[in-house]
Write a protein that binds this ligand. Structure first.
Ligand SMILES: C[S@@+](CC[C@H](N)C(=O)[O-])C[C@H]1O[C@@H](n2cnc3c(N)ncnc32)[C@H](O)[C@@H]1O
Length: 284
């Protein structure tokens, strides 16, 4: 359960909805309540909560980068937990992400490590490149954040278009096994910024068996000396899949599915896995 995207507790559908606005009795804002997904508080929380990719997953994607031997693209690269270490290994990698704040953290990490990958704030609707890639990869089940057939089809079209002939597309999705309990249970977590400040996250999920979408409500509060000075609300929509469900769509978009596995080994059974990994190849 811990490595599924719902547990990254960040929103993927990138809505811009204002939930409410709180003011001090004196009229000064006490809490700036915004609901931009992967906004400021969410990205600070994400960076502190998940600073690094797991060694197992990073080894897997680094070995795929080595196998690819050409340009690499990581859509939805976030804070660069995969992109930066792979760039540090000397691979030619490009990344894009729809959240300016997440990408800002990625850029800072690039400066700290002396790496210089090509990065842009973009979604699948706006990403532009003149290059073709030998590997496109989307880890951490971020692909599940594309919750409509239209968005999934659009992204597959873009990825297919920017792959070299025989190029590989590797991505992960969350499965129905990872769904939360039918009743909403609120959870509390927090990360510390320093001795005086922390961000509290209050969240709960609800799963719809009809749409197969799990929605997680997230409330982030930045507390300084116990006082809330900023607040952010978002919700995370994640499409959960069952094994095999994506195969017809991948075929329709002219991808050959080489493997469908429980990350990151062919030895593990896919039945009951909370995440599925697809290794695909552009089918010419
Ligand atoms: C769970 S994070 C994963 C980031 C990174 N792969 C990692 O493992 O840390 C998902 C990322 O997808 C981005 N995202 C969500 N929807 C997107 C879209 N339609 N286009 C581009 N990026 C998107 C978010 O801004 C966020 O940074």
């Amino acid at each position: 359960m811990l490595r599924t995207i719902a547990n990254t507790l960040s929103s993927g559908s990138l809505p811009t909805r204002a939930f409410s606005r709180t003011t001090l009795s004196a009229g000064k804002p006490v809490a700036q309540i915004t609901s931009r997904a992967y906004g400021r508080l969410c990205s600070i929380f994400y960076q502190l909560d998940k600073p690094d990719a797991s060694p197992e997953s990073l080894d897997y994607y680094t070995s795929q980068a080595k196998k690819a031997g050409g340009r690499i693209l990581e859509p939805m690269c976030g804070t660069g937990r995969y992109l930066v270490p792979i760039a540090e290994e000397g691979y030619n990698i490009t990344g894009f992400d729809a959240s300016r704040e997440m990408l800002q953290k990625c850029r800072k990490r690039c400066v700290e490590t002396g790496t210089n990958p090509s990065l842009s704030v973009a979604s699948f609707e706006t990403f532009l490149t003149k290059h073709q890639f030998s590997l496109v990869f989307i880890p951490t089940s971020s692909f599940s954040l594309l919750t409509t057939l239209e968005k999934v089809s659009r992204s597959l079209k873009v990825i297919r278009k920017c792959l070299e002939p025989q190029g590989r597309f590797i991505f992960e999705v969350d499965t129905l096994t990872s769904r939360d309990q039918p009743e909403m249970n609120w959870r509390n977590r927090s990360v510390r910024l320093d001795n005086h400040s922390k961000i509290n996250l209050h969240s709960a999920s609800v799963f719809s068996p009809v749409s197969r979408i799990q929605r997680t409500f997230c409330n982030y509060k930045l507390k300084v000396n116990g006082k809330t000075i900023a607040e952010e609300n978002e919700y995370l929509d994640v499409r959960l899949y069952q094994p095999g469900e994506l195969l017809p769509l991948l075929t329709e978009h002219r991808f050959k599915v080489l493997n469908q596995l429980a990350p990151y080994s062919k030895e593990q059974p896919i039945a009951g896995a909370e995440t599925l990994l697809y290794e695909c190849q552009r089918n010419d």
